[in-house]
Design a protein around this ligand. Structure first.
Ligand code: HSE
Length: 315
């Protein structure tokens, strides 16, 4: 471990779309253009400190034990003997909205573990960082789901086979896929949108859902855009959460009417994502969804992106 005091490592981790309609808690992908930066450096004072957080309007805790990125790094440091007496400082720059359904806490956790791992001389591979980053999600939402954080760390489409310990599979990303994300100007906390979910699922719905998930994975591998579109349905989670998002059905219909392969809630909402096969179509879809929110007087942000296959990186 080279402990040059002036050494500063800055990492970026992208925003992510979790669930991807039929893959609640087990499927996610990363996008471009939104994400968080974390800078890690050594300090003379042992322990972990978050010295600044920008872009959160003062809402996130700076105590490492209460902050998602802090918790992720603390769990990493526990596994590195040499690091136990080391002082580390983190500076967090949030460049994406909180409570948006775009994996804000996951982006901070992923960027933080990547930055600290590099600072310590890379004791872990990217996949080995996942269990640490997941600790942040546990704090943020009450469950250690890895769908956002795995996609933020690794990039591309990620399937979470099991959560504890995380066992994840990088899926194929068809070249033409474009993602439209519309983020209505309301906030939904993942904890709350998980509380309203039913704990029991009917066998009939489960069969439909795993049929769709299997065929979505097949569609990704065979670059079969029609099959991807036919698989992007959520029988279980979307109907329950849609009531939290004003204009949800109208936006979904507008996206499908304008050529989307499929459209559903991004993560726990309120953002929606739609997949399509060109930049032009992705923009048209975004415009059409925006008209719905304008008609009900809700502000929104639009993001158009190809699938980000790079994941988190040092900048
Ligand atoms: N799979 C998670 C959920 C993602 O839908 O609750 C939210 O972070």
């Amino acid at each position: 471990m080279s402990k040059t005091k002036s050494k500063k490592i800055k990492a970026f981790a992208p925003a992510t779309v979790a669930n991807v309609a039929c893959g609640f808690d087990v499927l996610g992908f990363a996008i471009h253009g939104l994400g968080d930066y974390v800078t890690a450096s050594f300090s003379d004072e042992p322990g972990l400190r978050i010295t600044s957080i920008n872009g959160d309007e003062g809402r996130l805790p700076k105590e490492a034990e209460k902050n998602t990125a802090g918790l992720a790094v603390l769990s990493l440091l526990e596994k590195v003997d040499e690091a136990k007496k080391t002082g580390i400082e983190l500076q967090i720059e949030k460049k994406m909205p909180l409570g948006s359904g775009l994996g804000s806490s996951a982006a901070s956790s992923a960027a933080a573990v990547v930055a600290v791992n590099e600072l310590l001389g890379n004791p872990f591979t990217t996949n080995e960082l996942l269990p640490f980053a997941v600790q942040g999600e546990l704090a943020a939402s009450g469950t250690a789901h890895a769908d956002n954080v795995a996609a933020a760390l690794i990039g591309g489409f990620i399937l979470v086979k099991t959560h504890n310990p995380p066992d994840v599979i990088s899926l194929n990303t068809p070249e033409k896929l474009h993602c439209t994300v519309i983020h209505p100007g309301i906030e939904i906390q993942t904890k709350n949108s998980r509380k309203i979910l039913r704990k029991q699922v009917s066998l009939e719905k489960a069969v439909t859902q795993w049929g769709n998930l299997g065929s979505l994975v097949a569609g990704l591998y065979t670059n079969d855009y029609d099959l991807i579109g036919r698989s992007l349905h959520d029988e279980i989670i979307e109907p329950v959460r849609a009531v939290l998002i004003p204009g949800f059905s109208e936006m979904q219909q507008a996206a499908l009417d304008h050529g989307a392969l499929g459209c559903s809630i991004s993560g726990s909402g309120p953002s929606l994502f739609a997949l399509s096969t060109s930049q032009e179509q992705a923009e048209e879809i975004g415009k059409a969804m925006g008209v719905v929110l304008q008609s009900i007087g809700l502000e929104y942000d639009l993001h158009i992106s190809k699938i980000n296959t790079a994941g988190a990186s040092i900048v």
